[in-house]
Structures are given as C-alpha cells and as structure tokens.
Design a protein. Structure first.
Length: 72
C-alpha cells in the first residue's frame, strides 16, 4: 500500500521534475527525499526554510537572524 503523507511529501524534483525517493537522514533522524535524476536532496529542514522564505515576512525575519549571527 502506497500512502502519501500530505504536506511535506515531494514526488517530483523541483529542479528537473525527476522522481523523488525517500531517503533516511540518519544524522538528524529524519526522512528526506532525493532525486533519482539529478541527485537533488530535500529534507524537512530545507522545506521549512523554503516555506519561510516564500513570504516577505519570513524572509525578512531570516535575514535579520543571519545579520545578528554575523555580528556575534
Ligand atoms: Zn532532479
């Protein structure tokens, strides 16, 4: 039985449209996806980051955070 968890599942590579396969990321104990065509890797952290960057608000916040990190 094939189930697709809604929300985070990536069936198609955003770069080449290739097939994305599930891939365990042991270092962070998460499941990500890897493109069988071009090798593009996506994991929940990357998706979360991308989702935040999509809104002007989120992008601004991330940039501010990066600026603070640079000052330290
Ligand atoms: Zn690809």
């Amino acid at each position: 039985m094939v189930t697709h968890p809604t929300g985070t599942a990536q069936d198609q590579c955003h770069r080449c449209g290739g097939l994305m396969v599930r891939e365990e990321v042991r270092e962070v104990n998460m499941v990500g996806w890897r493109c069988v065509m071009c090798g593009e890797h996506i994991d929940p952290l990357i998706l979360e980051h991308r989702r935040k960057m999509r809104t002007p608000e989120g992008a601004k916040r991330l940039l501010e955070k990066a600026g603070i990190a640079e000052l330290n």
